[in-house]
Write a new protein. Structure first.
Length: 424
């Protein structure tokens, strides 16, 4: 058993799990957590070497495995098998063949995480960890399934949570000064392969609580090769994306920004706002995410984060009641799209139409969605009973299945069924 519950649990850990590398930040949440910033684990004492390569290496002929930096140093060694991209392999779930033997990729990822946490144990003892928040670029249903399998394999008995990079970005900003957060924040991220992402975190101040939401735009690697050319190309992209939006602050994260080549780009970022360059924002944000789960500060009640995994609308139905029209809630915004699974029974009153109302949390006009139940027999006296089933097979589409339930022995079900797709 990797973790044991004790009365000494005082640390919370943020584990940024990427396909190229991971990072781990931690905080003593019993010692004024809102005043003390998380620390990030370094693989070299006295240095800021935060990246732990997400790789394994197995020696030929023996059950000897190497992890992280040690495995990366052996990548060109011909006396074994080098395994990069452990996260992608685990999500794909296809067996990995090593020396004619098939390995479960989730087991390989579990080995990596176990070895990494064992190294962390020298700085943050297992028995003193209260919670771990895993953060990844896309915290999908498949990703959560993988991490749940890892948790069970390693018997991780401290509290385990999961969130996306977007949520970690939001959590990190929530503890910063308001002047750095409102009305919007810009984050540029460049991966080792050059892929560029612009994250825009904005707030709808007209709701209570205030709703924060993120939009992300992805670009391929910069075309220019030299430092000056890259700088000019990036500066033009930043100017185009930032436009006239009054961003309170801007952040640069990722391997691609290493080196002193961004003179023009930094000038664009710093124009009218403070800019920050770093590489451990997501792991620190994950620490705050865990803190908000187990000891939420008051500010958590003032804001709500609507990330790309969450339903962005309150969905309800307009129905006749007591001679007027009333609204009945069906689904609340904020639920993860892959968790939408709701049955609702309705009684129709002399109509074959259902009027859904979609209210966006990001602001803007409500939407109406009309469903006509063609072929449903007209029944008087509130005897037309139906069942609606709501589920989301993907983030931007909701499937609505409706069936006629009949009304007991008086009006047996016709067996009629209808399906509608609601684009979100």
């Amino acid at each position: 058993m990797l973790f044991e519950r004790t009365q000494e649990q005082q640390y919370i850990v943020g584990f940024d799990l990427g396909d190229d590398s991971c990072q781990i930040s931690y905080l003593n949440y019993l010692a004024q957590p809102m005043k003390n910033e998380p620390k990030t684990f370094s693989t070299a004492a006295g240095e800021e070497k935060f990246d732990i390569p997400t790789v394994l290496y197995k020696s030929f002929g023996v059950n000897r495995w190497f992890c992280g930096e040690e495995a990366a140093r052996m990548s060109s060694n011909k006396n074994g098998t080098f395994l990069p991209g452990l996260l992608s392999l685990a999500v794909d779930r296809s067996p990995v063949t090593i020396e004619n033997s098939a390995y479960d990729p989730v087991q390989l990822l579990s080995l990596f995480i176990s070895r990494t946490l064992t190294v962390l144990n020298n700085t943050v003892p297992f028995k003193e960890i209260a919670a771990i928040m895993f953060t990844a670029r896309d915290m999908s249903e498949d990703m959560i399934g993988v991490l749940e399998s890892v948790r069970k394999r390693l018997s991780l008995e401290c509290r385990i949570y999961y969130e996306s990079y977007g949520a970690s970005f939001y959590n990190y900003l929530l503890v910063q000064q308001k002047i750095l957060r409102d009305p919007a924040v810009f984050l540029a991220e460049m991966e080792k392969n050059g892929t560029l992402r612009f994250h825009k975190l904005q707030y709808n101040i007209h709701t209570r609580p205030i709703v924060a939401f993120e939009t992300v735009k992805t670009f391929p690697a910069l075309k220019e090769a030299g430092p000056e050319g890259k700088d000019a190309e990036l500066a033009a992209l930043l100017a185009q994306e930032i436009g006239n939006t009054p961003y309170a602050s801007a952040f640069l994260v990722g391997h691609g920004f290493y080196g002193n080549w961004m003179r023009k780009s930094l000038a664009v970022l710093c124009r009218g706002r403070r800019a920050f360059l770093g590489n451990n924002l997501f792991s620190k944000g994950a620490v705050y995410g865990a803190l908000f789960k187990i000891a939420p500060p008051a500010i958590c009640g003032e804001y709500f984060f609507l990330d790309g995994n969450k339903l962005p609308y309150n969905i309800g139905i307009r129905a006749a009641q007591h001679g007027g029209i009333s609204y009945h809630a069906i689904l609340d915004a904020g639920i993860n799209w892959y968790e939408v699974n709701r049955d609702v029974d309705l009684i129709l009153e002399e109509t074959n139409e259902i009027h859904l109302v979609l209210t966006p949390l990001r602001g803007g006009e409500t939407r109406d969605f009309l469903i006509r139940l063609d072929g449903l027999p007209a029944r008087s006296g509130r005897t037309a009973r139906i069942r609606m089933h709501f589920r989301q097979p993907e983030p931007d589409s909701m499937q609505i299945r409706i069936e006629d339930l009949g009304f007991g022995a008086i009006f047996p079900s016709t067996g009629l069924k209808w399906e509608q797709e609601l684009h979100l």
